[in-house]
Design a protein around this ligand. Structure first.
Ligand code: NAP
Ligand code: 2RA
Length: 393
């Protein structure tokens, strides 16, 4: 039986004992313990991701990917393959539309099955990436069937009972799971991973963040729309938007999620709420503007950070260089900084243009940019790392 299995009424997590009651300590909330926690997770990542799993050291599991035909689902397959994640059997699940199709599985072409309530029989671990409605309906069924579920949608992220985990930031939160864990939104993961080491230096008070989000963040159809629309426009034909509300080729527009009464779109609200939950700090002010750009893959974010304590640009560069999951690309002499093209296919979030914000006194302000592959670290990779964390591999 898999070490990951959670049984209703049993211990919260079969791998590690639940954390003693009481939320985060004052030290955790202040971010002072960030470097130590990041270093500990760095060691774990090196073992988990840096080398193939050794046979016999890890339980072999029955896995399911819900939404296997989608942009994130296909990334799950590719990453599980590349990381040699120990899998006994893998079920590729999607809607009726693609049931019977063949996609690239773990060992060559594999047939996609229709998602049904029975699909989770004997499944130990299920990665969900099929949207919130599917997760709300099927994730509880999967947990009841004995699987641990790691969900990529927004369905459960803000549920108090559900850990929202970025392994480099709040790995301990995963210990409190009751069968279901949530992956944060992709923009939040990129922001959190870069902000966390800086939080440890000077405690973040406020961050103004502008995003430049790739088309594939809206799914496989959106990516196809950018590709085909680009060809159409170059051929002199008018763009015909279907997935996005406006032409996406050769255009930049406000993120395509609905705007609430507060003037924020859904993507912006996720950045605010999820960052606070992951950091365990309700006082952090996040001021977001989310935009869509005609990029295939990998999101970019521009950050202006205000700290409680002074933080030098050099100090920040050193902390980010040492942080797990981050790679500093910061070469002003050659104007070389993070780009989505360079970030595509990378596990790390690239960070650069690290500079003092002269408008904030006492060196309490920094500006920087980051680019990260939102299908990888922003979705599938983060979820797989959560699973690795639960197993302690
Ligand atoms: P996508 O490319 O549109 O794929 C959606 C997947 O869900 C497809 O496999 C689809 O199967 C499946 N699906 C849809 N309705 C279903 C149903 N009723 N029953 C079973 N399967 C169903 O979307 P995506 O970009 O991969 O996103 C998936 C989830 O991950 C979303 O919640 C999204 O917010 C989240 N996410 C996405 C990204 C990103 O960069 N794209 C990043 C982080 C998180 P069919 O082929 O049968 O339609
Ligand atoms: C996007 N929120 O719109 C998505 C990815 N999760 O880019």
């Amino acid at each position: 039986m898999s070490a990951l299995v959670w049984r209703p009424g049993g211990p919260q997590c079969a791998i590690r004992p639940p954390r003693p009651s009481g939320a985060q300590s004052a030290r955790e909330r202040s971010g002072e313990d960030a470097p130590a926690r990041a270093a500990a997770f760095g060691a774990l990542l090196r073992r988990a991701g840096g080398a193939p799993y050794e046979t016999g050291t890890t339980a072999v599991r029955n896995l399911a990917i819900v939404g296997a035909t989608g942009a994130v689902g296909r990334e799950f397959c590719a990453l599980l393959r590349a990381r040699r994640f120990p899998v006994q059997a893998l079920r590729l699940l999607a809607s009726e539309r693609s049931a019977g199709q063949t996609i690239e599985g773990l060992h060559g072409p594999a047939v996609v099955e229709r998602l049904t309530p029975e699909a989770f029989n004997a499944v130990d671990l299920a990665f969900f990436s099929a949207g919130a409605a599917v997760a709300r309906e099927f994730a509880p069924l999967a947990v009841r069937a004995g699987a641990v579920v790691i969900d990529n949608s927004s369905a459960f992220r803000m549920d108090d009972e559900v850990p929202l985990v970025v392994p480099e930031v709040n790995p301990d939160a995963a210990r409190r799971h009751r069968g279901l864990l949530a992956n944060p939104n992709c923009s939040t993961i990129l922001l959190a991973i870069v902000l966390w080491p800086l939080h440890g230096l000077g405690r973040v008070r406020r961050v103004v963040v502008c995003t430049y989000q790739a088309a594939s963040g809206a799914g496989a159809r959106a990516l196809a729309e950018l590709e085909s629309q680009t060809r159409e426009v170059l051929a002199g034909r008018p763009p015909r938007p279907e997935v996005f509300p406006v032409p996406c080729a050769f255009n930049v527009f406000s993120h395509n999620t609905p705007i609430g009464d507060d003037g924020l779109n859904l993507e912006e609200r996720k950045l605010i709420l999820e960052t606070r939950k992951i950091f365990g700090d309700e006082s952090i002010q996040v001021v977001p503007t989310c935009m869509r750009v005609p990029v295939m893959r990998a999101h970019t974010e521009a950050l202006a950070v205000e700290f409680v304590r002074p933080v030098d640009a050099e100090q920040a560069r050193a902390a980010l260089s040492a942080a797990p999951g981050v790679r500093v690309v910061d070469d002003p002499a050659h104007n070389r900084f993070p780009t989505p093209l360079e970030a595509t296919g990378c596990d790390e979030v690239l960070v650069g243009r690290i500079r003092q914000d002269a408008s904030i006194p006492d060196r309490r302000g920094l500006q920087l940019i980051c680019s990260g592959d939102q299908l990888r670290k922003g979705a599938a990779l983060n979820a797989i790392q959560i699973a690795e964390l639960l197993e302690g591999v």
